[in-house]
Design a binder for this molecule. Structure first.
Ligand SMILES: *[C@@H]1O[C@H](CO)[C@@H](O)[C@H](O)[C@H]1NC(C)=O
Ligand SMILES: *[C@@H]1O[C@H](CO)[C@@H](O)[C@H](O)[C@H]1NC(C)=O
Ligand SMILES: *[C@@H]1O[C@H](CO)[C@@H](O)[C@H](O)[C@H]1NC(C)=O
Ligand SMILES: *[C@@H]1O[C@H](CO)[C@@H](O)[C@H](O)[C@H]1NC(C)=O
Ligand SMILES: *[C@@H]1O[C@H](CO)[C@@H](O)[C@H](O)[C@H]1NC(C)=O
Length: 378
């Protein structure tokens, strides 16, 4: 059977009239956009009745193609337990999004650590029920009311809001690689994931697993495993976690919030990977070694996994530079000529004009679509 994937591009740099954070998610079916599958809402309560499924590379709702523009807003579940955050942020964001015709929002369904404000999991394995019911439950319920579907991210490779580095710290690990390889750390994450996926929403009375408001589970935000040029470690982790989530919940699509870096299975595409000015700038040396252009992701290998439904790439062309044939050599800036000029001659930010970003996007997305077709997934 030929299976295929939806492609979601997270454009953190291309703001298209978005609300707070800038992310445009688009599902590319057969290269055309046919409009919104679900009619614009007249009433407040949209009560989404059907799951988003996929038929090959086509997203479907109730037997019809589902096309959407979406946005990223990671912090709503954290603001929501705060009364003012609930009214001034959650309610307003979903109301405005509905008015704009936006259909999908991606947000954090995790937050870990004693010091995090409104942490869902203040200590390992201890969930705060008040925060969950006033936070995530309220966000899911309000999204549904406004006819907006959610991509729920289950943890973060980066340290914001806890995430992988917090699990590593909790369990006495020393590096992000421990997160991908140590069974005790993986089991701790699985315990958390299970609690969320099987949670009964205290506001709607619907288990997350059974709620069509949720479009997809996003296993981890922006994963990387520096130093593993084979990409095998991360791919094995994604395989195991995607199988686990599908096992708990066959109703929802599953994806990874990946950067979209090409890896060992596609050596010819390595020179296309952007290198990372961002990494150098924010010298968080433990988590962002400057060589993470070969940072353990193998986009095609991940896309080939049976329980990964959606391809993802996160684009930061305002930060990236472009490397030459050896993807560890990020000094020699190459790539789309248009970007190169500004990257070599200018400072850090505003390296890339909107036109230049679009040039990069078309090129990068084109390569991903080609690759998706080559491996028989589109
Ligand atoms: C929305 O409307 C449906 C159908 O009328 C109803 O069953 C559901 O409880 C309502 N949901 C909310 C959150 O108001
Ligand atoms: C899925 O797509 C195939 C090929 O485009 C089509 O023949 C089939 O009818 C579709 N199935 C459903 C359930 O829509
Ligand atoms: C849960 O969070 C609320 C709100 O921050 C706090 O008042 C409460 O003490 C927390 N409960 C636990 C068990 O941590
Ligand atoms: C979820 O909670 C609601 C309200 O308490 C209840 O009616 C429903 O049976 C619960 N669902 C499950 C699967 O426990
Ligand atoms: C380079 O930067 C300048 C100033 O920001 C901008 O006007 C120009 O369009 C940029 N060129 C490209 C190719 O992005």
């Amino acid at each position: 059977m030929r299976k295929a994937h939806l492609v979601a591009a997270a454009l953190t740099c291309l703001v298209v009239g978005a609300i707070v954070d800038a992310m445009a998610g688009s599902v590319l079916g057969h290269g055309r956009r046919t409009g919104l599958a679900e009619a614009a809402p007249a009433a407040q309560n949209m009560s989404l009745a059907y799951f988003v499924t996929r038929n090959g590379s086509q997203a479907m709702v109730d037997g019809k193609p589902f096309h959407f523009v979406g946005f990223n807003n990671y912090y709503l579940p954290t603001y929501s337990p705060w009364p003012q955050g609930r009214t001034d942020d959650v309610d307003v964001v979903f109301r405005d999004a509905q008015n704009l015709g936006l259909k999908v929002m991606r947000t954090w369904a995790y937050s870990d650590g004693e010091t995090e404000w409104n942490a869902i999991q203040p200590q390992l394995g201890v969930l705060n029920e008040t925060i969950l019911s006033q936070g995530l439950d309220y966000v899911v319920a309000t999204a549904g009311k406004h006819g907006i579907r959610l991509v729920l991210t289950l943890t973060n490779c980066l340290p914001s809001y806890g995430g992988a580095p917090k699990y590593v710290q909790w369990l006495g690990g020393t590096s992000i690689t421990d997160f991908w390889t140590r069974p005790d750390i993986r089991n701790a994450l699985k315990g958390y994931v299970r609690s969320v996926v099987l949670r009964n929403n205290t506001i709607t009375g619907v288990t997350y697993r059974d709620d069509p408001t949720i479009m997809a589970w996003d296993l981890v935000n922006e994963p990387f495993n520096p130093g593993d040029d084979t990409g095998k470690v991360l791919t094995a982790w994604v395989e195991d976690m995607s199988n686990y989530v599908k096992g708990l919940d066959p109703n929802h699509l599953v994806m990874v919030g990946s950067w979209g870096y090409f890896g060992a299975s596609t050596p010819a595409l390595l020179p296309e990977n952007p290198s990372d000015v961002y990494a150098v700038k924010f010298t968080d040396t433990v988590l962002f070694p400057a060589d993470r252009i070969c940072h353990g992701e193998d986009s095609s290998a991940i896309l080939s996994l049976p329980n990964i439904d959606i391809a993802s790439m996160h684009l930061y062309p305002e930060y990236w530079s472009f490397c030459t044939s050896d993807c560890r050599t990020n000094v020699n800036v190459q790539g789309p000529q248009t970007m190169r000029a500004n990257l070599t001659e200018r400072g850090f930010l505003q390296l890339c004009s909107p036109d230049c970003r679009l040039t990069f996007l078309r090129h990068w997305l084109g390569l991903h679509l080609q690759e998706c077709a080559r491996i028989g997934e589109c």
